[in-house]
Design a protein around this ligand. Sequence first.
Ligand code: AMP
Length: 629
Amino acid sequence: MAKVIGIDLGTTNSCMAVVEAGEPTVIVNSDGGRTTPSVVSFSNTGERLVGQAAKRQAVLSPDRTISSIKRKMGTRDTTTIDGKDYTPEQISAMILSKLKEDAEAYLGEPVTQAVITVPAYFDDTQRTATKQAGEIAGLEVLRIINEPTAAALAYGWKSEKKEATIMVFDLGGGTFDVSILDVEVGTEERDAYQVLATSGDTRLGGDDFDERIIDYIAGEFQKENSVDLRKDRQALQRLKEASEKAKCELSSQVTTTISLPFITSVDGEGPKHLEMTLTRAKLEELIGELIGKTKVAVQDAMKEAGLGYGEVDEVILVGGSTRIPKVQELTKEMSGKDPRKGINPDEVVAVGAAIQAAVLGGDESQDIVLMDVTPLTLGVETLGDVMDSVIPRNTNIPTRESRTYSTATDMQTTVEVHVLQGERPRASQNKSLGRFHLTGLPPAPRGMPQVEVTFDIDANGILNVSAKDKATDKEQSITITGSGQLSDDDVNRMVDEAEKNAAEDAAFKELADARNQGDSAAYGLEKTLNELGEKIAEPEKASIKEKIEALREAVKGDDAAAIRAAMDAANEEFSQVSQRMYEQAAAETGPQPEPGPEAEGAGVGATEAPGQAEAGDDVIEGEFEAEDN
Ligand code: AMP
């Protein structure tokens, strides 16, 4: 059977691994490297370079070299080279093609299937884009899995039986993520990995540390030579490489020398050389504030998971920047635990992906269940700018949830399904993921049609939404592929905003609910009055109509309590009239059964169409916006 490989498609570097004879192994690339820079460069002759060769090209032709493309996944932000536009999927596919070729050379057989990892905060647009990049590269992507889950998997695989809370601390070249997971491993049949919470900073990583070193060295050089190396592109690129190298060396030694001969030349003075010593202490001073920023995200994730630091059993470090001793100290300071060692931080995610790949490829019989969560609530817009939640945030995926909605106006033949993501009750304040129409509903009074909307999130985290008219079985659906990026910063911002605006949001929801219920009650009462026709005396009819009018007026206003009072008054009036009608009928014809629920309940606070909800059905009372009358 052909091997399925695991790929960590990183912002700075990518890595791949495969399970051979039951052991995960990192696949060495054609340059002999265990990781491949996620860089693509187009030479002047049109040749396409990927990996180390492309990274070297960055010095000579920065304009024709593309790095950090992962940041653009899920957007329509194209890169133009020689008049040709390339999408982020296409650039990522170039990296994946190189990885695929190298894996084929290493394994000596064609590779057509892979598991690819993505950050936990990637939304479905970004996941879909990643899957498409794999497909463009000729890879069938069997599963997209979250990076922290993959890291936990690498350590949990074939471990002794245990249940543990794990913190995955991932500090790479450009991003920082922290995730808290619950794992249950070493079981006879299936190991389970559940992400409890995730947080981070999409603009924090080793590149920022390099920047601080560059600024320091260039500043010192400028003081002595009055030349700003940052203004000379080639000198800056050399300085960049030397700074990164010095930073890496300072992870294993306490002092290093940066030596850049002929870095520049000064008129009348000739060539200048840069020679400088950098100590670990100086580096720590330069990057201390940046490293400190990770603390905030860790606190955030712990709070979200509802745990205290003492409850973390293990810490797993991911990403090249976690090799920095100060970073390791900080994680120990926070968790009280020494980080797990044994798998390289830049390889651990690919190793986890390879394990999942082997399980999916049938090479391993042990089942693994990855219970990832939705980072934000998913729902639809209902009448009055209301966000109606279908799948709450932090629900384990894969998941499938259905809700039944109805129409807002009589004879409405089309409903619009507007799919939203976010924590605010007001639809317009959440992120719009897409919209579609279900047409051809048979004309019927409002509230009669039953449209079942189903949200389905697959194991890759990709969302599919469908809407079905229960009467005709007509169905429409979309897979969410619209553009728009949702980073973990966005997720945090949206959750924060929801918390800050909780009081205002609650008031909005209260008013929206009152309006919906008031409107439905008025409609229901009026309908029942019409149905009763002459069975009800004119003066009584008029008094109920008056109350209905008062209710309609209240619904136009902004006072939820007034709407509810008007609704109660209308219902009360109706109920008194029904009671009198019942007593009168009883007096005329002798004993009668109690008034039926239909007469009594026709308009009582119902937004649900009379007779529509089946007992125990998952019917909710929202209504779609009127589209078509
Ligand atoms: P990643 O995105 O996980 O590939 O991490 C890449 C980042 O890790 C780059 O900023 C590297 O400079 C940094 N890095 C790699 N090795 C080391 C090391 N030994 N010490 C400090 N930083 C490192």
